[in-house]
Design a protein around this ligand. Structure first.
Ligand code: MEV
Length: 376
C-alpha cells in the first residue's frame, strides 16, 4: 500500500496496516486504542493528585528511512497538519536515501553549587586532585547504571562570578546509557555534595542535573534531489527561507517551533520528558548569543537541497514513565528501538522531516493552501 493512501483509511484499517506490516497482535495495539491504555494505578505512580487521564490522538508516520532502516514513527499531538507534513518530509527524504543520523552518546552533567569559597580556583584544583574519590562516591549511588556501562566518569570545575559573589560549580560528568538519567544524576549530585563541601570548605546549595545537554547531541542530515522538489527554484527558496531564519530571531523561533512539531510528538509517544528536550534544544539554538534555527539548509554543487539538524536530546528507553506507560512501551515496539541513542536519532530525523515538509509548503502552495487540501 502507498503510504499516502493511509490517510484515506478508517482507524480500524490503519490498525490492520500496522498489524500486518509489523506482525503485531490486537493485544499489542490495545495499548493505544480505547480498550486499554493508562490505568488509574499507573497514572498515580506517575504524578500526584490524579483524578483521571487525558487523551490525545495517537498517530503513525510511516515511510521513514533512517540509516538504511525503515521506521513507522509514532506521533502524539493535538495540531492538525503536523503529521501529514512530517510524512511529506519523510517521503521526500526516503526517495533520496533517507536520513543519515549520528550521535555523541548519553553524557550529561550533574551540578553542585558550592558557595562561601574565597579562593574558588584553588578549591577547584583540590576537587580535581580528588577526582577518583568523587567518581567512586557518585557511582556508589547507582550500581545498576554502572553495571550497564554508565555512571560518573569525570569531574569538571567551573569557578563563576555571580551577583551573589564567587561560586565554584562542580560538574559530575555522567554517562546515563539508555536512561534519560535525571533521577540518577540528582541522586549522585546529592550524594557527592558532603564530600565536595569537605574538600573545598564551601557550602553546597543546589545539587541537580543540567538540562543543557550539550554532550548528548544527535544529528540528522538529508539530501533531496532538485527534481523531487519541482526544480532548483524550490531549492533556492528553501535556502532563502533558511537564510531568513538564520538572520532574524523572529523567524528562527517559528522555524524551530515547526521542527519541535515533529520532535515533541515522538517524545510524548515514548513517555519522555518534553520540557527537558525543549529547554535543551532552545539553549542550543542560542549558544552563539543569538537565537538561531536548529536546522540548516544549503544547496550542493548539483543544485540539490541538503538539510541538517544537530540538537541535544536527553531522552531514554528505560526507567521513568517509559518503563510502565503502555502507550510508551507500544511506541518503542512500533519502532523496534531499544536504545536511547537510536531513539534520539529517530526523533532528530522526525524534526528534520517536519521542517522539510513545512518549508516545502511555505515556499510553494503556502501553508494555508496545503492545510486546506490535507483536510479534504
Ligand atoms: C506551525 O505549527 C509551525 C510553522 O509555522 C513552522 C514554520 O513556519 O516553519 C508552520
Amino acid at each position: 500500500m502507498e503510504i499516502k493512501e493511509l490517510t484515506a483509511l478508517q482507524i480500524s484499517e490503519r490498525i490492520e496496516y500496522v498489524k500486518s506490516k509489523l506482525g503485531m497482535s490486537d493485544e499489542d495495539l490495545a495499548a493505544v486504542t480505547k480498550e486499554k491504555g493508562l490505568s488509574d494505578a499507573q497514572a498515580c505512580e506517575m504524578i500526584e493528585n490524579v483524578i483521571g487521564t487525558y487523551s490525545l490522538p495517537y498517530s503513525i508516520a510511516p515511510g521513514f528511512l533512517i540509516n538504511g532502516r525503515e521506521y513507522i514513527v509514532p506521533m502524539v499531538t493535538e495540531e492538525p497538519y503536523v503529521v501529514s507534513s512530517t510524512i511529506n518530509g519523510a517521503l521526500l527524504a526516503a526517495k533520496n536515501g533517507g536520513f543519515i543520523c549520528s550521535n555523541t552518546g548519553s553524557v550529561m552533567y550533574g551540578q553542585i553549587q558550592l558557595t562561601g569559597i574565597r579562593n574558588p580556583n584553588t578549591a577547584g584544583l583540590k576537587l580535581l586532585e580528588r577526582k577518583a574519590e568523587i567518581i567512586e562516591a557518585a557511582n556508589k549511588v547507582d550500581p545498576v547504571l554502572v553495571s550497564f556501562g554508565g555512571g560518573c566518569f569525570d569531574v569538571e570545575v567551573r569557578p563563576v562570578e555571580t551577583c551573589d559573589g564567587p561560586m565554584l560549580i562542580l560538574h559530575l560528568v555522567i554517562n546515563t546509557a539508555d536512561a534519560m538519567g535525571a533521577q540518577a544524576i540528582n541522586a549522585m549530585a546529592e550524594a557527592v555534595s558532603p564530600l565536595a563541601e569537605s574538600i573545598t570548605g564551601g557550602r553546597a546549595i543546589v545539587r541537580v542535573l543540567s538540562n543543557r545537554a550539550f554532550r548528548r547531541l544527535v544529528r540528522a542530515r538529508v539530501t533531496v534531489k532538485k527534481e523531487d522538489l519541482g526544480g532548483e527554484e524550490c531549492v533556492d527558496k528553501v535556502v532563502s527561507a533558511y537564510a531568513f531564519a538564520d538572520a532574524d530571531p523572529y523567524r528562527a523561533v517559528t522555524n524551530n517551533k515547526g521542527v519541535m512539531n515533529g520532535i515533541i510528538p515522538v517524545v510524548v509517544a515514548t513517555g519522555n520528558d518534553t520540557r527537558a528536550v525543549e529547554s535543551g534544544v532552545h539553549s542550543y539554538a542560542c549558544r552563539s548569543g543569538q537565537y538561531k534555527p536548529i536546522t540548516i539548509w544549503e544547496k550542493d554543487g548539483k543544485g540539490n537541497l541538503c538539510g541538517m539538524i544537530e540538537i541535544p536530546m536527553a531522552i531514554g528507553t528505560v526507567g521513568g514513565t517509559t518503563r510502565f506507560h503502555p502507550g510508551a512501551q507500544f511506541s518503542l515496539k512500533l519502532m523496534s528501538v531499544n536504545s536511547a541513542a537510536r531513539l534520539a536519532e529517530i526523533i532528530a530525523a522526525t524534526g528534520l522531516a517536519a521542517n522539510l515538509g513545512v518549508l516545502y509548503s511555505l515556499v510553494t502552495a503556502g501553508l494555508h493552501g496545503d492545510f486546506e487540501a490535507a483536510r479534504k
